[in-house]
Design a protein around this ligand. Sequence first.
Ligand SMILES: Nc1ncnc2c1ncn2[C@@H]1O[C@H](COP(=O)(O)OP(=O)(O)O)[C@@H](O)[C@H]1O
Ligand SMILES: [Mg+2]
Length: 164
Amino acid sequence: MSVGMSSAPLDIIAPDEASMVACGAQLAAACEPGLVVFLQGELGMGKTTLSRGFMLALGHSGAVKSPTYTLVEPYRLAELQVYHFDLYRLGDPLELEFMGIRDYFTEESICLVEWPQRGTGVLPPADLVINIEREGLGRRLTLRAATALGSTVVTRMRASPPTA
Ligand SMILES: Nc1ncnc2c1ncn2[C@@H]1O[C@H](COP(=O)(O)OP(=O)(O)O)[C@@H](O)[C@H]1O
Ligand SMILES: [Mg+2]
């Protein structure tokens, strides 16, 4: 990683579901077209909840569920194209080639990816990796930038703590 991309990790405590939704909204406010976010953490850690907060903040009004069986759910939101992936049930990373993965990861689109490690070798690299783990009854989010774009987003998140 070159100098300038290396912002320190940002830890955020989300004590309950509502604050997880608020974190998603905060991420939406900080993000840029082209951003690729990996959402890491065990089942039930709140990856989909964070994604829901993200979509709601961008004007989505329906449900947001993990696209466990379809692998990807597209959201056309305001000026943004967002793709929400859940690769939990991906058998082989090569399936991503067959679904034309490169068409989703463009300079205009934003990709949120649950279970990115299932797509190792085929999935494009992340700009931002968010690890979620248990913290008491709530969750701790650790945001790590992997590119200059990711670093920009982390810097914005640091400057605007969640309100919930
Ligand atoms: N920050 C939080 N604190 C406590 N519970 C949470 C938090 N975020 C989400 N949850 C709860 O965790 C459960 C699983 O959330 P979900 O988003 O489906 O997890 P994942 O997509 O990581 O499997 C839900 O019941 C949700 O309400
Ligand atoms: Mg999920």
